[in-house]
Design a protein around this ligand. Structure first.
Ligand code: ATP
Ligand code: MG
Length: 594
């Protein structure tokens, strides 16, 4: 990640916490001792012991989305800014839903965002031995018990927000009984659901998460990493704090829905530290508000549904707010970073307008992308006084803000492609481009005067005619000798490269898909799928200037007046380009010169 971006980023409450911890020297004495962690020598200080460690802990059960990008950039950004480390950890404790395909895609997406974990790549499933040992310690210390109630009974005795729960009839089992049962659970003697191991905390706690939460359950399932070694698996809320502690994480940053879990996070780590199984200082959980964006959905469940029910073409469909989709569409990782900086980090829930994301993307692309010309809705322009066998070069700057990036030659000849909308036989008020009798400039080329048009039998305009003014070529002394108000882009018909272009609109036609709207009947439940925008994708065949013909996959350009376009990373090849529009231009080029 670029240093400038992260250090220039504004302060926020998590940075304040980190800075206070570092100023207090909180981590200076840290040791691995008693912890397996990523190090071989557990009595040594972890590398960079005094520095912060954060982590990004995806569950490999889906593809990453824009919300994950916020979390990734926050965690990796803090580590970079404060000279610490950020771990990429696969939180793969659930044997049932996880797949290697997701693991690979997550690795690619985090790298694509420009984040690097060096050797700090971990799998929660590698800590299963430790988690089981820690559970046995909790049993022996009287902090956990095996509950043999059926699941319904456990639910029924949990109480509600206003009612305390009731103790399980098995709560008073002795540590010896619990230990024997837990060993037998591990040995595979019981079917799924026969028993669970629960933390023994307080069934009357006002926080439901503290009412003896389950920490281990029986699941006769094959795990993608540990195979059939285990038939008991830790619950997420038990596993996660242990993973953090074993990796010497200092600041465990998560989204607000885990706020109510924090007391259990602390309770568990405190018990294990009391028992000498973990070293202090313990990791600290800090919550921030998740990213919500208009016109998209950021929930794995909904994204999976869109893909599986084929409402989109796959996980990398450019309309999806997944990171693989973003990459394929042509969004820039730097644009994600700028966006993340702008929206900041806080504890208040908000719905961010998608246009803020697009603005950040545009701002980055405006600076980085070279300019090219593409005619998206081609209409033939014939220059009747230009010889049919003659061609010449017109020079166009690659980047108007960066002359050092040079120019390219655009061939010019008698027949050009222009945008159909740039000609009006009978001009509407204020129209300044081509209409019979009017002059306009062909950008980087000549001023032309429109003389008329050809129509087919049905009256459709099939070609526009004009004459050019030879003394008005751009870049020559006579360029300004004739003043015109209209300015249009073009490509030489003899040299143009026809190409498929994919234009995208919002995937959903309302800002909050699936949300109830004013005036809805009280019992109406909306389905987010009903809010899909039926016109979110349009395919067209455009005419590109020849310099675009050999674009490499993922290469991106600003097509003058039309926005930022990237060569599709799957379907485009040099010689046969296919472009996706990542984002439109905010202000159309030539505005004021229509
Ligand atoms: P979802 O809520 O979409 O199902 P998840 O939280 O289950 O996603 P995980 O793989 O568990 O997905 O998430 C990894 C990390 O990304 C977690 O720390 C989680 O808090 C964070 N994260 C997930 N969604 C968002 C979001 N919208 N904004 C910010 N961070 C997020
Ligand atoms: Mg989650």
């Amino acid at each position: 990640m670029s240093q400038e971006v992260s250090t220039a980023a504004p302060a926020h409450f998590i940075k304040n916490i980190v800075e206070a911890d570092l100023a207090a020297g909180k981590y200076a004495q840290r040791r691995w001792a008693g912890q397996p962690g990523p190090a071989a020598d557990h009595t040594a200080a972890p590398p960079d012991a005094a520095k912060i460690r954060t982590r990004f802990p995806p569950e490999p059960n889906g593809y990453l989305h824009f919300g994950h990008a916020k979390s990734i950039l926050l965690n990796f950004g803090l580590a970079e800014q404060y000279g610490g480390r950020c771990h990429l950890r696969f939180d793969d404790t659930n044997p049932e839903k996880e797949e290697q395909e997701y693991v690979n895609a997550i690795v690619d997406s985090v790298k694509w965002l420009g984040c690097s974990w060096e050797n700090d790549l971990y799998h929660a499933s590698n800590y299963f031995d430790w988690m089981a040992q820690f559970a046995e310690y909790l049993i022996s210390a009287g902090h956990a018990y095996v509950d043999s109630q059926p699941a319904e009974a456990m639910r029924a005795t949990r109480g509600t927000l206003t009612q305390p729960g009731q103790d399980s009839p098995f709560r008073q089992r002795t540590p010896a009984e619990n230990m024997e049962l837990f060993k037998r659970m591990q040995a595979g003697e019981f079917p799924d659901g026969a028993h669970v191991l629960r933390a023994k905390i307080d069934m009357a706690s006002p926080n439901i998460n503290m009412r003896d939460p389950a920490i281990y359950r029986i699941r006769h399932a094959t795990h993608h990493n540990t195979g059939d070694k285990w038939c008991v698996y830790p619950m997420y809320t038990y596993a996660h704090p242990i993973e953090d502690a074993l990796e010497c994480i200092t600041h465990s940053i998560c989204t607000l829905e885990f706020e109510d879990q924090r007391p259990f996070y602390d309770w568990l780590l405190e018990r294990l530290a009391e028992g000498g199984l973990l070293q202090r200082p313990l990791p600290r959980q800090i919550e921030f508000s998740r990213l919500n964006l208009t016109y998209v959905v950021l929930s794995k469940r909904k994204l999976i549904q869109l893909v599986e029910e084929k409402h989109v073409a796959g996980w990398d469909d450019p309309r999806l707010p997944t990171l693989v989709g973003a990459r394929r569409r042509g969004y820039s990782p730097e644009g994600f970073r700028l966006f993340a900086e702008r929206i900041g980090v806080s504890k208040s829930d908000s719905l961010i307008d998608y246009s803020l994301f697009e603005d950040a993307q545009r701002e980055v692309m405006n600076e980085s992308d070279e300019r090219r010309v593409a005619v998206l809705d081609p209409l033939k322009l014939i220059i009747d006084n230009y010889p049919a066998d003659q061609f010449e070069d017109c020079l166009a700057p690659n980047h108007p803000l960066h002359p050092e990036r040079g120019e390219r030659a655009m061939p010019f000849g008698r027949e050009l492609w222009i945008e159909a909308e740039d000609f009006q036989e009978v001009p509407e008020k204020g129209f300044r481009r081509l209409f019979p009798g009017n002059k306009a400039r062909l950008r980087y080329g000549y001023v032309v005067e429109c003389t008329g048009c050809d129509k087919d039998a049905a009256g459709k305009i099939i070609a526009v005619h004009c004459t050019y003014l030879p003394e008005t070529k751009s870049g020559t002394p006579g360029a300004d000798s004739v003043k015109v108000k209209g300015n249009l882009h073009w490509v030489s018909a003899a040299h143009a490269c026809p190409a498929e272009i994919r234009l995208f609109d919002r995937l959903f036609s309302v800002p909050a898909p699936g949300a109830r709207r004013a005036g809805d009947a009280p019992d109406l439940e909306r389905d987010f799928l009903d809010d899909l925008n039926p016109a979110s994708k349009t395919l067209i065949t455009a005419q590109l200037e020849p310099a675009l013909k050999d674009a490499k996959p993922e290469e991106r350009f600003q097509f003058e007046r039309h926005g930022y376009f990237a060569a599709d990373r799957v379907d485009s090849q040099p010689g046969a380009p296919v472009f996706n529009r990542a984002v439109t231009l905010k202000d159309s080029w030539g505005k004021g010169s229509t």
